[in-house]
Write a protein that binds this ligand. Structure first.
Ligand code: OAD
Length: 245
């Protein structure tokens, strides 16, 4: 696919670029998206039923073991050309904000220095009752450990369905979206609120909005430009076109 010349020019000139990503950007790193069938042992479980506080209280071993598997998948995965293109974009744009719904840490591994994490990070753990941060250890399947401070169960430091997003991250994401000159929505089904509102906020505030996704989403009809295809192919093409050499 060829990158629209208008986008190349706007990207070169933009003072503030904002990128919003979802699970699709990590698909080419081998991490299944939320709405894709899970693999192997976990195929019979619906992620939306495991990723809840209620599920953890009812079946802590099951949920902890699922996260142990997801954490291992993420730990073995490598950033793909899409992640790497965004790390380069951060170094080119005068002001750059990366907002992600992903918990896999691949943007950070690719080299993005400042990432607004809306849904937490699989690498961190905290306790269930008081959110005491619990130092990292190898997360093994089985029963979750007890918090060394208060004894409550340790859980992954990610946002589950039914929980609020971290307020600081939400405030930063809204402010960035509303002041973006170009806003990219990449690899997200744009279905899960409140994150799904960000592209619409950016559009309402006057940003040039660009969706990169092989599939249509509820935002597609409002985006100024839609680039249909995998992020790992389109983003490197865009970067080469905007800043050759
Ligand atoms: P989804 O799994 O809902 O959507 C993934 C999107 O990525 C889909 O629109 C795909 O078409 C697209 N996609 C797949 N492969 C791609 C590729 N190679 N390049 C670009 N796009 C590709 O993931 P999210 O939108 O991130 O929340 O889901 C949002 C949130 O819902 C998740 O963070 C999680 C979840 O349930 C929580 O855990 C709170």
């Amino acid at each position: 696919m060829s990158v629209p010349p208008e986008l190349i020019e706007r990207l070169r000139q933009a003072g503030h670029v904002v990128v919003f990503t979802g699970a699709g950007i990590s698909a080419e790193s081998g991490i299944p998206t939320f709405r894709q069938a899970q693999r192997g042992l976990w195929a019979r479980y619906d992620p939306q039923e495991l990723a809840t506080p209620g599920a953890f209280r009812r079946r802590p071993e099951l949920v902890w073991s699922w996260y142990a598997w997801r954490r291992q998948l993420a730990a073995r995965a490598q950033p793909n050309p899409g992640h790497r293109a965004l790390a380069t974009m951060e170094t080119r744009a005068p002001r750059f904000d990366l907002i992600t719904q992903n918990v896999d840490n691949l943007h950070q591994q690719a080299g993005n220095a400042r990432v607004i994490e809306l849904h937490g990070n699989l690498r961190r753990s905290k306790c269930l009752d008081h959110e005491h941060p619990v130092p990292d250890w190898e997360q093994l399947p089985g029963a979750p450990p007890a918090c060394p401070v208060c004894g409550s169960l340790v859980r992954p430091d990610v946002v589950w369905f039914g929980e609020s997003l971290p307020a600081t991250a939400v405030t930063a994401a809204i402010a960035a979206s509303q002041s973006a000159e170009i806003f990219f929505s990449i690899g997200t089904s744009t279905l899960v609120e409140p994150a799904a509102s960000l592209p619409f906020l950016a559009a309402a505030a006057g940003a040039l909005t660009v969706e990169i996704n092989p599939q249509a989403t509820p935002f597609s009809s409002q985006a100024d430009l839609v680039l249909r295809g995998p992020a790992g192919v389109i983003l490197p093409q865009l970067m080469i076109a905007a800043w050759p050499g």
